[in-house]
Design a protein around this ligand. Structure first.
Ligand SMILES: *[C@@H]1O[C@H](CO)[C@@H](O)[C@H](O)[C@H]1NC(C)=O
Ligand SMILES: *[C@@H]1O[C@H](CO)[C@@H](O)[C@H](O)[C@H]1NC(C)=O
Ligand SMILES: *[C@@H]1O[C@H](CO)[C@@H](O)[C@H](O)[C@H]1NC(C)=O
Ligand SMILES: *[C@@H]1O[C@H](CO)[C@@H](O)[C@H](O)[C@H]1NC(C)=O
Ligand SMILES: *[C@@H]1O[C@H](CO)[C@@H](O)[C@H](O)[C@H]1NC(C)=O
Ligand SMILES: *[C@@H]1O[C@H](CO)[C@@H](O)[C@H](O)[C@H]1NC(C)=O
Ligand SMILES: *[C@@H]1O[C@H](CO)[C@@H](O)[C@H](O)[C@H]1NC(C)=O
Ligand SMILES: *[C@@H]1O[C@H](CO)[C@@H](O)[C@H](O)[C@H]1NC(C)=O
Ligand SMILES: *[C@@H]1O[C@H](CO)[C@@H](O)[C@H](O)[C@H]1NC(C)=O
Length: 806
């Protein structure tokens, strides 16, 4: 009864105009709204943030009341006296208190229409049309043609080419000044069509971020790739229109992309389960994304210390400036170009393509013809395919400087750069190459010998030199405190052997429980891991990452690290344990653990301040707190983007068999997608209660990933599930397995990134079909002998290091 009364009251308070249509000469006042069919969007006068001004806006009715479009951005109403009127000619006008028109919808079609109506469509598009003509092609005006700071599904981002019969149009999104002030800010996302189309984020008139051209599949520089089950996107490129658009896959998830006042471009998603807008950074994630960071002919690689490298065949123009990390002048060819038909082209591997501002293209040429065309024109500097699908097709030509290139394993494309014809060039290159190999071998051999002989001495030096504990702001615990806490490092307190030494449990005087990691002195590996751990984790704080509390030294000067104590051991103890142990983790807990790991990993990958690739994600590195919340531990192998990465390190493959992605184990190529692969393995292990490594099945020779894939193909997923999980919500379990399979797909570009994974986990959206997993029947590598490569470690299950075959 009371409820009914409330509803009755509410219907009076929220004076919605009951319906999605506004008719001519039926004004909407300050406190009235019209609502789209399905209740998603509403149109009315609202005040964004803490502003007192009123703006005619469209906002999500329920989803956080987020405003997605503002009409009078530049002409705020300062009081509640505004009205919206549709004139009988079909123009929307906002009138202020003294009946002056402060904003008007300007329709390009001059002819007036009969019986006009304004309607707020289900998509959030406000349209003006003839009352008896709902045909979308005949809208007199629509708000989707005048984007604000938000790109909604169904909205176009791009350009309409002006023809003499109709005007051109620019669909671009511009940020607000601040969250309280929707007047135009400085950042704008637009499609530039001056050359081959590409997406730009501008700060004023300065190019701030560039996506790279559309490569037939996606914008080549945007890393938010892979299937996500929430939206699909499309790029239309014809004589009349060039635009990007995405569409929702299911109505259970909402998504929008917003250009924020500070220049971040964020994709937001909302589900009823999350009940808030979850954020995923969409463009510009790191330094290499800054436009032209490495100057002409330079290429940015986020994994190297200096970041900038010259393209193959090029060297820095000004070595002094270059070595002072001033890259603006860029690189020049080692052999000066002197146009000749004998010029050759050097293939540049896996790059985000250069700025296409002054490029030319022809879709009907293939790569061979493309090369010929480039050779014929002296100012042509490079060429590539326009469409990477299949063997590739189309021809894209660059003229002049090549700007804004980055190394980008996941979504990259090869292209070809002009190289001066010189008979001796190849021979010289070969000689240089051989000499480098020879020298490297000698130096490496000497180094190894040296290391073995003086290992201990070197480790000490490295520690002193490379870990600046004070600089990391890490608290210091004195030895006596730690010694007392751990009962003088008694064996009773020993929790186990970590990646690089014993770990002890301790209790500080105030009762706080800690875990202390000692470094064992015997290996080089230990030192580096120790250093890594400190430099990576000290700056990171997240509820799904193990917290480093401080450091200490033994009396002999050995370093120790102090962590928060995790009472519930590690995940492998439960999921691979005996049936009693397994039963301790029911499905909701397992689901929560998967979610937690995903969140921790997302934080590592996409925190824009310090992006980290863990490289050794596995069940034994997931620790559990009192409430069985997962915490990712052991950052000994992690690489942060700000970290000094040398050539030899990239040749060192570290990780654990069974969790390593194919491209990483084979080629040493690691990226966030190799972590995604490990995550996928972990997910399937959590659901199945079996180890990927050592998995056997009576019917076939596949490993666990192969078995999961086979079960999926044969529609027998229930056979994969652990008994302790069997009785739970099967749909949810299947869904999670599917997400796991998407993560272990063979090719990194097919795997979703962690933000997509979280979106898929937290929504009920339909998932794409996974392709074949990597390593699904490759037992050879799995069973390789690891004992030589492990130094201090003995257990087979441990992290290993191998030197990648090059
Ligand atoms: C309405 O707008 C006109 C013209 O901009 C202005 O002169 C007038 O003061 C405004 N009235 C109110 C109530 O804001
Ligand atoms: C504004 O127009 C409305 C409707 O035409 C009228 O009722 C009202 O008196 C006008 N207000 C002023 C201040 O002119
Ligand atoms: C409407 O269009 C006319 C002519 O094209 C222009 O002068 C006027 O400023 C426009 N008004 C608004 C509010 O955009
Ligand atoms: C464009 O204008 C030119 C000259 O004014 C005319 O010859 C041509 O037919 C027009 N094209 C279209 C598509 O209207
Ligand atoms: C955008 O440009 C303005 C003015 O040139 C500058 O002050 C500001 O720092 C820039 N913002 C970013 C994020 O680069
Ligand atoms: C790219 O090439 C594939 C295969 O040739 C074709 O199906 C697709 O339509 C092309 N895409 C574009 C945008 O041209
Ligand atoms: C190279 O860069 C340095 C430092 O930026 C500058 O002083 C010098 O003039 C440059 N040399 C040339 C040849 O441009
Ligand atoms: C460039 O080529 C022309 C004609 O082949 C030749 O005369 C000239 O000396 C060459 N210049 C250089 C710098 O090699
Ligand atoms: C593209 O190449 C084809 C084949 O050489 C040629 O016929 C066509 O005119 C070219 N198109 C453009 C726009 O240059």
């Amino acid at each position: 009864m009371l409820v009914m009364f409330c509803c009755f009251l509410c219907s009076f308070i929220a004076t919605s105009n009951a319906g999605d249509i506004l008719r001519a000469n039926q004004p909407i006042k300050n406190d009235e709204t019209i609502v789209s069919a399905g209740d998603e969007f509403e149109l009315g006068f609202f005040s964004p943030g803490s502003s007192k001004n009123r703006y005619l806006s469209i906002r999500y009715k329920k989803a956080g009341e987020a405003i997605v479009w503002v009409a009078n951005r530049e002409a705020p109403l300062t009081d509640a006296s505004g009205t919206l009127v549709l004139s009988s000619e079909g123009t929307l006008n906002i009138l202020n208190g003294t009946n002056s028109t402060i904003w008007s919808s300007n329709s390009s079609k001059s002819k007036s229409i009969k019986n006009p109506v304004a309607q707020l469509l289900k998509t959030g598009n406000l349209v003006i049309r003839a009352g008896d003509d709902p045909d979308t092609g005949n809208f007199l005006w629509q708000s989707f043609d005048f984007p604000d700071n938000t790109l909604l599904p169904g909205m176009k981002l791009g350009k309409k080419i002006a023809k003499n019969s109709s005007a051109g149009r620019d669909w671009s999104c511009r940020s607000w000044k601040s969250s309280d002030d929707p007047s135009p800010g400085t950042f704008q996302v637009e499609i530039d069509i001056s050359g081959y189309p590409q997406l730009f984020l501008l700060n004023g008139s300065t190019k701030y971020f560039r996506s790279g051209p559309w490569n037939g599949v996606r914008f080549s520089g945007i890393r938010t790739s892979g299937p996500n089950g929430i939206f699909v996107f499309d790029f239309v490129f014809n004589e009349d229109e060039i635009y990007y658009k995405d569409e929702l896959v299911s109505s259970s998830v909402l998504t929008r992309v917003t250009v924020e006042p500070d220049g971040r471009v964020i994709r937001y998603t909302w589900t009823d389960q999350s009940n808030k807008w979850e954020q995923y950074i969409f463009l510009q994630a790191d330094l290499c994304d800054v436009y032209a960071h490495c100057g002409p002919f330079g290429s940015c690689n986020i994994y190297t210390t200096s970041r900038c490298e010259c393209l193959k065949g090029f060297h820095p123009k000004n070595l002094t400036a270059w070595s002072h990390l001033n890259f603006a002048e860029g690189c020049e060819p080692k052999t000066k170009l002197n146009c000749s038909s004998k010029d050759t082209f050097v293939k540049q591997l896996k790059k985000n393509l250069p700025d296409t501002h002054t490029s030319q293209y022809n879709f009907s040429l293939d790569l061979k013809a493309c090369e010929k065309k480039c050779l014929e024109d002296c100012s042509c500097t490079a060429y590539a395919n326009t469409n990477i699908t299949g063997k590739g097709s189309g021809c894209l030509l660059w003229f002049g400087d090549l700007i804004d290139i980055r190394d980008q394993g996941e979504v990259a494309q090869d292209f070809y750069v002009r190289f001066a014809a010189s008979g001796s060039a190849r021979r010289i290159a070969l000689i240089v190459f051989l000499s480098i190999i020879l020298i490297t071998t000698v130096v490496l051999g000497f180094y190894m010998w040296h290391v073995c002989k003086h290992r201990k001495q070197i480790t000490e030096e490295m520690l002193e030199n490379e870990v600046d504990y004070e600089k990391e702001d890490l608290p210091f615990f004195d030895f006596r405190t730690i010694s007392n806490a751990t009962n003088n490092f008694s064996n009773n307190c020993k929790l186990g052997e970590g990646g690089f030494g014993p770990v002890y449990k301790g209790t500080l005087e105030d009762g706080k429980e800690i875990a202390v990691k000692k470094r064992s002195a015997c290996s080089m590996q230990g030192v580096e891991e120790f250093r890594n751990e400190v430099s990576c984790i000290a700056k990171l704080q997240h509820r799904n990452l193990v917290r480093l509390l401080g450091w200490s030294t033994t009396e002999e000067g050995e370093r120790m690290l102090v962590y928060e104590y995790m009472p519930n051991k590690s995940l492998d103890y439960f999921i691979f344990g005996d049936n009693a142990n397994k039963a301790l983790l029911d499905w909701p807990q397992r689901y929560n653990i998967i979610n937690g790991i995903a969140k921790g990993l997302l934080y590592l990958h996409e925190d824009s301040r310090l992006r980290v690739i863990h490289r050794d994600l596995k069940a034994s590195n997931i620790l559990l707190d009192y409430n069985m919340n997962p915490k990712i531990s052991d950052f000994g192998m992690a690489r942060s983007f700000g970290d000094g990465e040398t050539e030899s390190n990239t040749a060192r493959v570290v990780g654990t068999y069974g969790y390593m992605s194919p491209e990483y184990a084979m080629d040493g190529a690691f990226s966030i997608k190799s972590d995604v692969y490990s995550f996928g393995v972990l997910v399937i292990e959590i659901v199945s209660g079996k180890k990927n490594r050592f998995f056997t099945h009576p019917d076939h020779n596949l490993n666990l990933m192969g078995h999961a894939w086979k079960s999926y193909k044969e529609n027998r997923l229930s056979e994969l599930i652990d008994v302790s999980v069997l009785s739970s919500d099967q749909d949810e379990v299947f869904r999670v397995i599917l997400i796991g399979l998407l993560c272990v797909q063979q090719y990194p570009e097919d795997r979703p990134n962690m933000s997509s994974v979280l979106m898929m986990l937290t929504s009920k959206a339909t998932l794409p079909h996974p392709k074949q997993p990597g390593f699904f029947n490759e037992r050879k590598l799995d069973e390789a002998d690891t004992s030589h490569s492990t130094l201090c470690l003995s257990s087979l299950n441990q992290t290993i290091t191998i030197v990648a075959p090059r």
